[in-house]
Design a protein around this ligand. Structure first.
Ligand code: UGA
Length: 430
């Protein structure tokens, strides 16, 4: 099959590489010439395990090319996948400008019986308007479908190849058959529903997971108030098969480019429709306040930040990515600096990207060496659960007779072990 993928951000590049690896003839399209030049050389402008290799293989096999030209990518395509960004507007609603622009540009070049697939996350109710928008520019018979994306950053390739489900939203049987065929190599249950239901299943999944994270963070607060360990609570309640032990890591709240944006968008949508689902606005605001509240609590424990050297371990929003969008580092480091601390940020993969997001100066530096970050530190803050951080030995940084704190913001360390070394240990909800 011939596939065109519009938008070479995270979802677009992964989709293009994966569908090409299935033997399809794929063209990735982006209006950004720089991105296209770099992808043509198999160079991915962000860190994602396994992606560059998959891209190289597909390009070497002649299955994958890139262009900035709609006239090149769209006419041969049986399937056109729209995977452009939908950033948040200041009121929380999704900015659909890129989606509409891509649809207007692709429409005049569509071939008879092409299937246009929206993979970008668009709010409920968008499909009718999008259809009218494409109709205004197209003069062939085409179908508009939704195939939402459920992959996570840091494990995107594996998540796509071993997806838990493929959700196809659409009405026309001929179009659905094409999409079922495209996804056949993925050994997952395929759910066929309306485009709106497919799209909403994406919002519902993200909002549920965000709610779950917020829930465990609230339980962690209660644990702190009564002196219980949240990890013990998770261990105990997780044996209920309806609840389980997974995806229950308390921390600073959810970050990244998806959960914060999608929950805000759902909250905005619910408010606009008579406040039909007030839960989402509450989740969003609890999550937004969390880093500040946690920082206040730590400030009291460490007796202020002034003149203290802080080793801030983990700058990306989660492990195995160099993405800093809504990362704890972007909220906390400016506050630590304002409070008078000297901060050394460490990250195994995001250090160079972090330098462009968090400007370094006298009080703040960024390093790829854990040793450099931790040596002479008064406070070691383990913020992101990168394996490099969890598996490191912190014994060499202990200084006899000096009070030092170890702040474990993902509950990845043994309090007893660190206390035995002489650190003043503090976790989340324990
Ligand atoms: C998320 C979803 O997990 C994907 O299914 C979805 O496709 C994607 O958004 C998207 O909409 O494109 P992602 O943002 O890459 O993927 O990351 P997650 O691993 O889900 O983590 C999101 C945030 O929640 C991170 O800040 C993480 O640290 C936090 N988290 C996650 C917790 O605080 N506790 C947990 O138990 C799990």
């Amino acid at each position: 099959m011939h596939v065109a993928v519009i938008g070479t951000g995270f979802v677009g590049v992964v989709s293009a590489a994966v569908f090409a690896s299935f033997g399809n003839d794929v063209t990735g399209l982006d209006i950004d010439q720089k991105k296209i030049d770099s992808l043509e050389k198999s160079s991915v402008p962000f860190f994602e395990p396994g992606l560059e290799e998959l891209l190289q293989e597909a390009q070497a096999a002649g299955n994958l090319s890139f262009t900035t030209d709609y006239e090149v990518a769209i006419p041969p395509a049986d399937i056109v996948i729209v995977a452009v960004g939908t950033p948040s507007n200041s009121d929380g609603s999704a900015n659909l400008d890129y989606v509409y622009a891509a649809c207007a540009s692709l429409a005049p070049h569509l071939s008879e019986h092409a299937v246009v697939v929206v993979k970008s996350t668009v709010p409920p109710g968008t499909f009718t308007a999008l259809k009218q928008h494409i109709d205004a520019h197209a003069d062939v018979r085409y179908a508009l479908c939704s195939v939402p994306e459920f992959l996570r950053e840091g494990s995107a390739v594996a998540d796509t190849l071993e997806a838990g489900r493929v959700v196809i939203g659409g009405e026309e049987e001929w179009a659905i058959k094409k999409l079922v065929d495209l996804h056949k190599p993925i050994p997952a249950p395929t759910v066929v529903v309306s485009a709106e239901a497919a799209q909403l299943s994406k919002y519902a999944a993200n909002a549920y997971l965000a709610t779950r994270i917020t829930f465990i963070n609230q339980i962690a607060n209660v644990c702190e108030a009564v002196g219980a360990d949240v990890q013990d609570v998770i261990e105990a309640f997780g044996y209920d098969a309806r609840i389980g032990h997974h995806y229950w890591y308390p921390g600073l709240g959810y970050g990244g480019s998806c959960f914060p944006k999608d929950v805000k968008e759902l909250a905005h949508f619910a408010e606009k429709h008579g406040d039909v689902a007030p839960l989402f606005a509450a989740i969003s605001s609890i999550n937004q306040e969390r880093p500040r509240k946690i920082l206040d609590r730590i400030s009291q424990k460490v007796d202020g930040w002034s003149d203290k050297k802080v080793a801030f371990l983990g700058l990306s929003f989660k492990p195995h990515t160099d993405d800093l969008r809504e990362a704890p580092s972007t909220f906390l480091i400016p506050q630590l600096l304002a409070a008078g601390a000297t901060v050394v940020g460490f990250d195994p993969k995001a250090a160079s990207h972090a330098r462009s997001v968090l400007p370094v100066h006298d009080q703040f530096s960024i390093t790829e060496s854990l040793d450099e970050a931790c040596s002479e530190a008064d406070i070691i803050m383990a913020v992101i659960e990168w394996p490099e951080i969890i598996e490191h030995d912190y014994a060499p940084y202990r200084r006899e007779g000096v009070q030092q704190w170890f702040i474990d913001l993902r509950n990845q360390f043994s309090a007893e072990d660190l206390q035995a070394l002489g650190y003043d240990y503090s976790g989340i909800g324990r």
